[in-house]
Design a protein around this ligand. Structure first.
Ligand SMILES: Cc1cc2nc3c(=O)[nH]c(=O)nc-3n(C[C@H](O)[C@H](O)[C@H](O)COP(=O)(O)OP(=O)(O)OC[C@H]3O[C@@H](n4cnc5c(N)ncnc54)[C@H](O)[C@@H]3O)c2cc1C
Length: 140
């Protein structure tokens, strides 16, 4: 849940709920009521504030829910056309279709392009950070 800035003379607040399967069938009024209750719970100063206007945007295609084997359908950045390269969160990045995946796809596309141009000394993709803490338990 992201929080907008609270200014003394008025404010604009934006909330994002990911994986909101339990909310999607609710009415906009119900969603606003739920959100407002949480804002007031976590930010006591908001209890005295009056909501003047609200908008609810339901986006069920924000990110896809991957199933086993879906990676075989994601195309690489290199295409059969030597001057056409693909970038986008939906391409084969090894990462989910998120902002991080989209950035990675851009690096991979740039790498494919420079490789094709013979500029093999150019490196774009930063290596992953080493796993620390509990994440080490998930390493193969
Ligand atoms: C509501 C919502 C919430 C999200 N929340 C998160 C989040 O919290 N964390 C996270 O990591 N990811 C989140 N995502 C996913 C994330 O936004 C995407 O994974 C990421 O933006 C994909 O980047 P992209 O560059 O591949 O594509 P996009 O960001 O979709 O960029 C593609 C661009 O191409 C343009 N375009 C399309 N067709 C044409 C055309 N024919 N000619 C010219 N331009 C064209 C589009 O207008 C667009 O600007 C969210 C997505 C949505 C919709």
């Amino acid at each position: 849940m992201d929080k907008g800035a609270l200014a003394p003379e008025g404010s604009y607040i934006e909330l994002v709920v990911s994986a909101s399967k339990s909310l999607i069938d609710k009415s906009r009024t119900e969603i606003v009521d739920l959100a407002l209750a949480e804002v007031r719970e976590f930010f006591p100063a908001a209890r005295a504030a009056t909501l003047l206007k609200s908008t609810v945007i339901k986006e069920v295609h924000a990110t896809y829910s991957p199933r086993p084997g879906i990676d075989t359908y994601r195309p690489p950045q290199v295409t059969p056309w030597p001057r056409v390269f693909l970038a986008g969160d939906w391409t084969a990045t090894g990462w989910p279709a998120t902002m991080e995946g989209a950035v990675r796809s851009g690096y991979l596309a740039a790498q494919a392009l420079t490789n094709a141009a013979g500029l093999t000394d150019k490196k774009f993709l930063a290596p992953d950070l080493p796993a620390s803490g509990l994440m080490r338990l998930f390493l193969p």
